[in-house]
Design a protein around this ligand. Structure first.
Ligand SMILES: [Zn+2]
Length: 262
């Protein structure tokens, strides 16, 4: 996906409306954008996820204790930002059709921007994605475990987890993003995250790729929501490239900004 995410290295999972989880790499070892769109169209999932790590053998990913045989590769670190973390008291103004509260999203935006400011002391390539509900996903694309730990060839998953633990500890001291649950999920190298530009089945909104922190800063919440309502609820997922993204230019220019931020 335009140099930001390498889909062929990701392990994909979808959750279905009956609560089942399906591994898409079970059908095909490596997925590209077209495959992903096909399976989403066919399965009509609630949520579409990919692994936070890239894998040499994404089709083998399953149980944690077997994960070293799938060979994890050095890649992104992701934080979920939710407005409830700051205990912001207000009367939710929930939109009748999309069931989201713009004030909650606005609070999440402010927390996310503060978080990005802190992250930028350490890393430069940050990609922001709307969660399709009340928050944002902050992807640190140039996160590198070598900055934090020595690699353990006999236990690579440990290295990934330990590096994430150290970095999350640092961020926790300087931001409002980590309650117990958010801390646990942030340090887990086996976690999955929402695939950008797929639909959040709970709200029907697109988990829209926003761009850099600067792009998020320049958008109003109405604009974020407008972008996320951009296509019919039952087409899955939106093309990951090419289409106009509303984030001060095309997806391509957003991707370029992130790539050049280093
Ligand atoms: Zn609210």
């Amino acid at each position: 996906m335009l140099g930001i995410w390498n889909l062929s290295r990701k392990h994909f999972r979808v959750s279905l409306h009956d609560g089942r989880f399906v591994k898409l790499n079970h059908f095909e070892n490596r997925l590209n954008e077209k495959d992903l769109r096909f399976y989403c169209y066919k399965l009509k999932p609630m949520h579409v996820y990919f692994s936070v790590l890239n894998w040499l053998f994404p089709e083998r990913v399953g149980k944690k204790y077997k994960a070293e045989y799938c060979i994890p590769l050095n890649v992104e670190y992701v934080i979920d930002v939710d407005s409830y973390l700051v205990g912001f008291k207000h009367i939710h103004k929930v939109d009748d059709h999309w069931f989201v509260c713009p004030e909650c999203i606005d609070m999440a935006k402010r927390i996310a921007l503060q978080l990005c400011e802190v992250i930028q002391k350490y890393y430069r390539k940050i990609a922001i994605v709307f969660s399709g509900c009340a928050g944002f996903h902050v992807h640190v694309m140039d996160f590198n475990y070598y900055d934090w730990v020595h690699y353990h060839w006999n236990d690579p998953i440990w290295a990934h987890a330990a590096a994430r633990f150290k970095f999350t500890k640092l961020l926790q001291k300087q931001t409002h993003c980590f309650d117990r649950a958010h801390f646990t999920v942030s340090v887990d190298p086996m976690r999955v995250v929402t695939v950008p530009n797929t639909i959040n089945g709970k709200t029907g909104l697109v988990c829209k790729f926003i761009g850099t922190p600067k792009d998020l800063e320049l958008l109003t919440i109405d604009e974020v929501l407008e972008m996320s309502k951009a296509f019919p609820v039952h087409s899955y997922p939106e093309a990951l490239e090419g289409s106009s993204m509303g984030c001060n230019g095309s997806m391509k220019s957003c991707a370029k900004n992130i790539a050049e931020a280093a």
